[in-house]
Design a protein around this ligand. Sequence first.
Ligand SMILES: NC(=O)c1ccc[n+]([C@@H]2O[C@H](COP(=O)([O-])OP(=O)(O)OC[C@H]3O[C@@H](n4cnc5c(N)ncnc54)[C@H](O)[C@@H]3O)[C@@H](O)[C@H]2O)c1
Length: 165
Amino acid sequence: MSITKMSHLGRLEGKIAIITGGGLGLGQGIAEKFVHEGARVLVFELNAANGEAVASSLNASGDADNALFFEGDVTNISHWQSAVKTCVEKFGGLDIVVNNAGVVHNAQASYDVPESEFERIMKINVSPLYHSAKAVHPWFKKQGRGVFVNISSISAPRPRPNLVW
Ligand SMILES: NC(=O)c1ccc[n+]([C@@H]2O[C@H](COP(=O)([O-])OP(=O)(O)OC[C@H]3O[C@@H](n4cnc5c(N)ncnc54)[C@H](O)[C@@H]3O)[C@@H](O)[C@H]2O)c1
């Protein structure tokens, strides 16, 4: 069943969220589900065409103010600081950060993964957890609450051959 045909339970009514990598795949689905449940979302995405398309389609399917595209790189702390500022200025707050943007390496043995590839994985998949905590913490502390949702993989608790990193 498509998300638009599912009943609206309003479980995120009034919430404001940043969804990283919201222009494609799981992040797009998370952004759609959040809006469907009553949240407003900032789509924090590197790929401008995809990020714009997701935000416009979310605005076209409901209130014009449901979604905002923010072009940025989750590995860059200053982009995080701008994303939080934009979110608070546009939507009036921030309640939830979904750290979803991530990449994988080609399936191969750990010792065959090039060092540059290992570093890329760590930079894109791990450093945003640190940057988001630093950038978002002042706002969450001010309002006395806030939620981080960090998307990982079943390969994390149960590493598979050739997909360890
Ligand atoms: N798809 C799966 O089967 C699967 C399985 C396990 C875990 N995951 C995890 O789920 C998350 C999403 O996976 P997916 O398959 O939807 O990925 P995807 O490749 O379909 O989408 C990732 C999105 O993140 C964006 N992105 C990448 N680097 C970015 C950066 N530096 N700054 C901002 N945006 C960036 C991309 O442009 C893209 O829109 C990832 O963290 C991935 O590791 C996915």
